[in-house]
Write a protein that binds this ligand. Sequence first.
Ligand code: KG4
Ligand code: ZN
Length: 357
Amino acid sequence: MQSPPASVALPTKNPATKSADGPTILALESSCDDTGAAVIRAGRVLVNRTAGQEMHARYGGVVPELASRAHNQHIVPLVLTALAEAGVAPEELDAVAVTRGPGLLGSLLVGTSFAKAYAAGLGVPVIGVNHMRAHVLAHFIEEPRPPFPFLCLTVSGGHTQLVVVRAPADFELLGQTMDDAVGEAFDKAAKLLGLPYPGGPALDRLAQTAQPGAFADAFRVNDQPGFEFSFSGIKTQILYFLRDQTKLNPAFVEENRPALAAAIQQALVAALLRKLRRAVRETGIRHVAVAGGVAANSGLRAALAATAAQDGWLGLYIPAFEHCTDNAAMVAMSAHFQFLAGDVGDGFLSPEPRLGV
Ligand code: KG4
Ligand code: ZN
């Protein structure tokens, strides 16, 4: 597409800020099933609001069409609430930021369309934010912030990714999942154990009440070369194992659910730790950060703490849970760095569902 004539050119760079403190940015997140709006001023998040979408539980997974519709319903009231709670008038904004990918196309379209229109109405730039980088930069919302360079493992329902972060805009992808995300593996395993969607947290709670016991060696995530992950195989292992055992004892799952949950969790966590330790060894970087919803997992947290002590990591960083799951504060933080670097868009922003890190 051609650029508009100069007379109607949309603003591109706007290094001067309206507040002497630093840039004031409205940030939006709508890549999957949570709509988020946050306001950041001079790098400090003033408000971070999320509207969830419970209706997907009934279908056992996110239904893209329903997600887009819900974003469309939530986005205006959410933005107005966020601005009011932050005590920021629209005219005070220096930019509007939005997740441009990766994510569901329909969901991304709601956020990007709103952001572009709102920014154009205010005459400010729109900043397109990479969702995966935003998960990582969530570590800069609160203390303690990791020093550069650091390693970050991002683990959620949609992503499993290991990156080296050298600066706010300097990322190197070491490896990622070739199939299911680890959160997806937790959710699918939980479903096989008869737990409701999304079952990761419920599986975690059960696992905390038991030891793997007799099932300690029943499940294993196959190791991949280098830093790639693959979580689809363990789902099949669990399915066949439960099917075989249930043939012998129809009450097998009922009678062994906590120990099975503990064994599955142990296998998934072990796979994550294997790669992380390998990455620390091979890069020599000993500041390790973890992001994404699965960072809430108790087994993962315990294993991380134990490994950090055992292997002499210099720092282990896990953001507050509200900044681990999908949220707009992390988008705001990324946008803050981008604004300072002059990395703002021209109003032609398009969603990029398969955007890489
Ligand atoms: O980051 P997030 O909210 O959304 C995505 O971007 O996907 O992550 C949600 C995922 C779900 O798969 C959920 O089951 C998983 O994180 N999760 C957990 C726990 N809490 C959330 N998995 C295992 N243990 C938990 N405590
Ligand atoms: Zn995410």
